[in-house]
Design a protein around this ligand. Structure first.
Ligand code: ADP
Ligand code: MG
Length: 151
């Protein structure tokens, strides 16, 4: 499987990087974020939101599984950490097939419900402020997107 790798040295770098990436996103793009607690999934999402010109503050949806924000494109921010049944249908499809960009933190917990084509981004906590970020595209759209990001 093709994958692309980069590093950031502090949270602002992750934020800015995600904000730039947001400029390339299109309706129905699905981005899955994986990594331990504190790896930077929400920081990355906040950067995407900034890049999508979302004015509201994006924070980890602790009690809600899905939050929706208005911007250049709508952002559907899911954190499925608290989904207890991987097969429970919470209407995810409507978001994946909607007009916005969907970001899913802890996506593997609902693996069976994810669209086959998606971009998975793994964040690895290397040291206090160093993160390794690995992009794994599945499907033509995301392979092209990664080529654009890493060109
Ligand atoms: P998650 O959503 O994966 O639990 P958060 O984004 O909420 O992670 O938290 C990441 C924490 O790590 C924040 O406190 C952030 O300031 C810190 N941090 C330190 N270095 C980085 C970095 N390079 N990229 C992202 N976050 C970082
Ligand atoms: Mg989070």
């Amino acid at each position: 499987m093709v994958q692309y790798e980069m590093n950031t040295q502090d949270p602002n770098e992750t934020f800015q990087y995600a904000a730039r990436l947001a400029g390339l996103l299109q309706p129905r793009d699905v981005i899955c974020l994986e990594g331990d607690l504190g790896a930077g999934k929400t920081t990355f999402t906040k950067g995407l939101a900034k890049g999508l010109e979302i004015k509201k503050t994006v924070n980890s949806p602790t009690f809600t599984i899905i939050k929706e924000y208005k911007g250049r494109l709508p952002l559907y921010h899911m954190d499925v950490y608290r989904v207890s049944d991987a097969f429970e249908d919470l209407g995810f499809d409507e978001y994946f097939e909607g007009d916005g960009v969907t970001v899913v933190e802890w996506a593997h917990l609902i693996e069976e419900q994810l669209p086959e084509e998606r971009l998975t981004i793994y964040l690895y906590h290397e040291s206090l402020e160093n993160r390794k970020i690995v992009f794994v595209p599945q499907g033509n759209r995301y392979e092209q997107l990664c080529k654009e990001i890493f060109s």
